[in-house]
Design a protein around this ligand. Structure first.
Ligand code: SF4
Length: 354
């Protein structure tokens, strides 16, 4: 049963399927860092630096990139767990604002997050059923109704209420706890769920079960997912679209098969070729991605990937490439001078196809 929280009116689909559920524009977050006593200028970590994208309704956008690329900070900014320095969001056609458009309270209920650490996300003093019922109770749902909702959701995520409702988090396995976290997120009847490395800590077999559950729930409830992961196999399996981030910026985005089959950015190609192959005859011999990402306090000029890119040319350090559409697939965007015949890069356009 798809119950909703009685005290809040569910947000209706306002613009039809063609209207993206979420549009993010020029999101920025720079964290100040403490300098030494003699340092005059204040320094900042450029965690998220002008990120823009949209997520179509009922689709999954996978966000990938190395540690520190800004993918989790982007998720927290979207969820308003921290304030952005700049940028704005549109949720189903309405600006997300405390004073105009969709109200923050309503937006937060429509957006739920599931984190990697299934144990830390749960209150150890509450039973599983109390955990799931807690949010709806706070929003005014009567106790008996909230209990019924919790039991329904437990059953839906594969945990028999008679067996699990009265257990505490420490009595469950990691996979069972993550199912509880998913049930708790669904208790708000959200439209957008952000899954931040949500299956990363699970064994492969349990991971597959949870991924299949997420796929079923997405279809049943017309959910839209933002799926953040460092695991490119998992992202390939679950995503409809993929966004690749590097040092706080989007370097490529597009339909999943296009990104995995015809990546247009050297960083994406390096990430993909670093994925361990299941085929023993096709094992990667050397890492195509040398070194660590540069210091985000002082990111490289121009293209931020230029000091690790095998195709770098002086124009790459001088001018930042814009995200531009690729031939034949307008939803496929990449930020690399190789794809722009007017960029001044001598190999431009000869390197689009891997
Ligand atoms: Fe490499 Fe230049 Fe493209 Fe950046 S813009 S990815 S440095 S070729």
């Amino acid at each position: 049963m798809n119950q909703t929280i009685a005290s809040l009116t569910p947000v209706q689909d306002r613009g039809g399927p063609a209207q993206p559920l979420l549009v993010v524009r020029d999101l920025k977050k720079h964290f100040p860092v403490r300098g030494g006593p003699l340092e005059r200028t204040k320094k900042f970590v450029h965690a998220v630096d002008g990120v823009s994208f949209s997520v179509p309704k009922g689709k999954t956008l996978g966000i990938v990139g190395e540690s520190g690329c800004g993918k989790s900070t982007t998720a927290r900014l979207i969820a308003r767990l921290m304030a952005a320095d700049a940028g704005n969001m549109v949720f189903d056609g309405e600006g997300v604002d405390e004073f105009g458009g969709i109200r923050l309270k309503e937006f937060r209920r429509n957006l739920q997050m599931v984190f990697q650490d299934s144990f830390a996300s749960l209150n150890p003093r509450l039973t599983i059923a109390e955990t799931i019922a807690y949010g709806p109770r706070v929003h005014g749902m009567p106790a008996a109704e909230a209990k019924r909702l919790a039991d329904d959701l437990l059953a839906r995520v594969g945990l028999e209420p008679d067996q699990f409702a009265s257990r505490y988090p420490h009595e469950l396995s990691g996979g069972q706890r993550q199912r509880v976290n998913i049930a708790r997120a669904l208790a708000f009847d959200p439209r957008l769920v952000i899954l931040d490395e949500a299956v990363a800590a699970l064994d492969k077999s349990v991971q597959a079960q949870v991924l299949n559950l997420l796929q079923e729930l997405k279809a049943e409830r017309q959910l839209t997912y933002l799926f953040i992961s460092h695991d490119l196999h998992v992202v390939h399996y679950i995503s409809d679209y993929v966004m690749v981030m590097y040092l706080g910026q989007v370097v490529e985005t597009g339909p999943v098969e296009r990104i995995y089959g015809q990546a247009a950015h050297p960083y994406t190609r390096a990430l993909l070729s670093a994925v361990p192959s299941m085929d023993p005859d096709n094992r990667t011999q050397a890492s195509p991605l040398a070194g660590d990402p540069p210091n985000p306090i002082n990111p490289p000029s121009g293209c931020r990937f230029h000091d690790r890119c095998p195709h770098a040319h002086p124009v790459c350090a001088a001018t930042a490439p814009a995200l531009i559409g690729m031939a034949g697939e307008p939803a496929h965007l990449a930020a690399c001078h190789l794809n722009d015949p007017n960029s001044g890069h001598p190999a431009a356009l000869s390197e689009i196809q891997p």
